[in-house]
Ligand binder design. Structure first.
Ligand SMILES: [Zn+2]
Length: 271
């Protein structure tokens, strides 16, 4: 039984596969859909991204007590909101380019869109309730169910096409920059959403999201992530995010480091 947050459940999933054991997960944070998903995100000792092994079996049970999770505080939920809003922005361009969507892909697509709408509606009242200590609150429950449960259905039904694309590639690149481990996974992913949208040429969508980011406290600049905005660091992130094996190519086929650097430079000038 794994009782803890994303790192713990990801480690437990790896161990359960090695030992061929059934696993029950009890998440104590809602920072991502790690508790629901059948894969682990692995890092090295310096917290640099290594890979995402997909396990042959999922946990046999996932027990969610939203009032327990809410007690971890609003900041942790902000990270979860950032990771989860990416479900829509990362999967929609991949699905939009596909001509062979199954009914399950379409279910994943609609689920990702519902997640987007739920987060825009429920984040503010949910966070307010948590800050007020009102843990047994309908908005809080809906927010946590969206981050853990609904988010898991996107990759669950849509498979690899509904998993990571541009935003997580930027996140993975950011983990190679000194000091990035101090920022939550979901905050770096949320920043990556904006970079991906700019690479896609969707600046109006970035402008539409920025007030939401400002309201709930998601970062849209390197300063907000306490990272040094240097040419070398930009190149490190862009080279990794546009690498040959990067899932960014699923959203923007042939994306180049130069496009990603330009997007990051543009983003610093917005808002
Ligand atoms: Zn994530």
């Amino acid at each position: 039984m794994a009782i803890g947050a994303g790192k713990l459940s990801d480690t437990a999933k790896n161990v359960a596969e090695i030992l061929d054991l059934d696993l029950i997960i009890v998440p104590t944070l809602a920072c991502a859909c790690a508790a629901y998903s059948p894969y682990s995100v692995d890092y090295d000792d310096e917290h640099r991204f290594l890979g995402v092994p997909v396990h042959p079996r999922n946990s046999i049970a996932l027990l969610v007590d939203s009032s327990l999770i809410a007690r971890a505080g609003a900041d942790k939920l902000v990270g979860g909101i950032g990771d989860t809003i990416a479900k829509w922005y990362e999967s929609a361009p991949v699905f939009d380019q596909a001509s062979d969507l199954t009914v399950f892909d379409r279910l994943a697509y609609h689920s990702a869109h519902l997640i987007h709408d739920m987060l825009l509606e429920e984040s503010e009242p949910g966070l307010e309730a948590v800050r007020a200590g009102d843990y047994d609150n309908e908005h809080v429950r809906t927010l946590i169910n969206t981050i853990i449960g609904l988010a898991g259905t996107v990759g669950g039904f849509g498979g690899v096409r509904a998993r990571e694309s541009g935003a997580h590639s930027v996140h993975d690149g950011l983990t190679r920059v000194a000091g990035a481990a101090a920022t939550m996974h979901g905050e770096k992913v949320a920043y990556g959403v904006l970079v991906q949208l700019l690479v896609e040429g969707k600046e109006s969508e970035v402008q539409a999201l920025l007030p939401f980011y400002a309201t709930i406290g998601l970062p849209h600049s390197w300063r907000q992530m306490n990272l040094e905005f240097t040419d070398g660091n930009l190149q490190t992130v862009a080279d990794f995010a546009a690498g040959p094996d990067s899932p960014f190519h699923a959203a923007v086929p042939g994306v180049t480091p130069a496009q990603i650097i330009e997007a990051m430079r543009t983003l610093e000038t917005l808002a």
